[in-house]
Design a protein around this ligand. Sequence first.
Ligand code: IVH
Length: 680
Amino acid sequence: MVSEEAGIGTAGEEEAQRRLEELREEIRHHDHLYYVLNQPIITDAEYDRLFQELLALEARYPGLVTPDSPSQRVGGAPADEFGQVRHSVPMLSLGNAFSLEEFEEFDRRVRGLLPGETVEYVVEPKIDGLSISLGYARGVLVRGATRGNGEVGEDVTANLKTVRSLPLRLHGGAAALPYLEVRGEIYMSRQAFAALNEERIQSGEPAFANPRNAAAGSVRQLDPRVTARRRLDSFIYGVAAAEGLKIDAQIEALELLRSWGFKVNPRYWLCRTPAEVEALCREWAQRRHELPYEADGLVIKVNSLDQQARLGATARTPRWALAYKFPAEQAETRVRDIVVQVGRTGAITPTAVLDPVKVGGSTVSRATLHNEDMIREKDVRIGDWVVIQKAGEVIPEVVRVLKERRTGEEREFRLPDRCPACGAEVLRLEGEAAARCTGVACPGRLKEAILHFGSRNAMDIEGLGPAMVTQLVDAGLLRDPADLYFLKREDLLPLERVGEKSAANLLEAIAGSRQNPLHRLVFALGIRYVGERVARSLAERFGSLDALARASEEELTATPDVGPKIAHSVLAFFRQDQTKRMLEKLARAGVKGGAEAAPPPGGPLSGKRFVLTGTLETFTRQQAEDAILRRGGQVASSVSARTDYVVAGKSPGSKLDRARELGVPVLDEEGFRRLLEGGR
Ligand code: IVH
């Protein structure tokens, strides 16, 4: 009986193996048609059926799953960190040309090094994304890496597998090559970028500044499932190593890459003269907006690979290629007004309101002036004619004032001393470029303030993520963080994606946070410069929120870790009517910061003073501090003769030098761990 079943199993497995191969081949073919060629021939429903059959069969025969199966694109489990990959050929960067003269200079240098030879160039759009290197063994994708420092990059194989236009298995001659390494760019189309940002803004997450950052952020995600949800695309533009294959020219490399199944940019041009190259540069500086992705220039490459090899490279850039950068797009217009906006973190940003003008394919009616110093420096006044520029970034900026067009009617701008959104004081602390709103209830920064309030190291309210905070604030249920403690079940139930269970869980988490020790509450208030350590010092020194709110400047500066800058920030915070209202509410809700968990008397590190410097590998700074405090030790910020130990991680700062000077014992991570474990 048993052997018979095993027999059937084997026959079934063989059958499954055959069907799996068929399915994979078919899905690969349709993926290529859809993602690379943009020419699907079956419906989504038909495709889904194939995919479901593949998944079902692989679930039944997990032993038959292969790394190049289309099922492996969904994204595996998150990693703690990326491994390192040494590139078989370094990934160089490109020299830049900001004018055609600089290209002409490059061309003269190339010809000077290749006397009497014919030189042809291939010109390609310079995609503004993230450069990657892909390794294929016998046609199967085995390694995907970022550029890193050019020699060693990060292993992002699992993430890159989720990019649908990257083939997991190659066809044609590449399938027989023992090893192939190709180079290209991962990018996000303008359309995918706009959709992603829209979604992020909706859910209260910060938008990405440009498609480049979005692509890089998506690939360098520790959780490949997040990468899989981003609509990333690829263009492969070069062969770095191909064991057993001779390629003569870049044009040929591009054609080969395409024939193997890679997505190759359809736009590239072979130029026989420098004049042809220059014509392309002029043309595409104008037409760049027609491209469905962002390109910041053109890459000009010597076509012959033999000539490339002879030209070689300097330390960081090849002598056979050049990036021609499109000029930043500028236009002239008038500043109608200067208004201020409150950013997510309370930063007050002056913004120029402009007479609408066309720049870089879109109409611009606002430009950022960054901060007060910038306005002074450029001397921008209301009524001025200015040059504005769009440089890849989403928000255009003012480059300079056309002072010769002034009439004398222009008005200077002064930053208001009250926040335009909430009326709280605007504070610009010493050494800071930005002025900030001090209002805890400021609508401009409310969502961020509440998120911070509930975050892990603050009040640690589980379930209070960006989407929830956005809903609560938009529904008018929260005007400041204290309102959290007055939320009721009936408030939550009408919200999207909130059921009985999640409502109960959130209310319980909020209620549970009432007991948190005072230092967490102080940190949660989001007072500028009051990080966890300072919050701890303040909590220890003043013992209650009330006492802290009444503290004088002298009392504050007499607290360890608190200097005049922090003191001013604390004073300004507690001066605001909004803060006073919030404190009253917190008191009514019974949130006053529980007792500090006293360090265990006579703990193993009792009375020992520690200073931490550098990065530890297996502890965050907070974990290391907590570990010391829990054992009765103390953590200080600077080394003195009274310091008992300095714990030095990677890239330690001057504290380590100071420790050596003073003869204070220095522990490395291993030593620190042993001490904590009581080994010494
Ligand atoms: S060729 C030796 N071709 O531009 C370097 N690079 O600094 C060969 N880039 O981040 C690079 N589009 O990823 C080449 N068509 C293209 C490109 C391109 C974008 C990026 C590249 C790198 C930067 C070069």
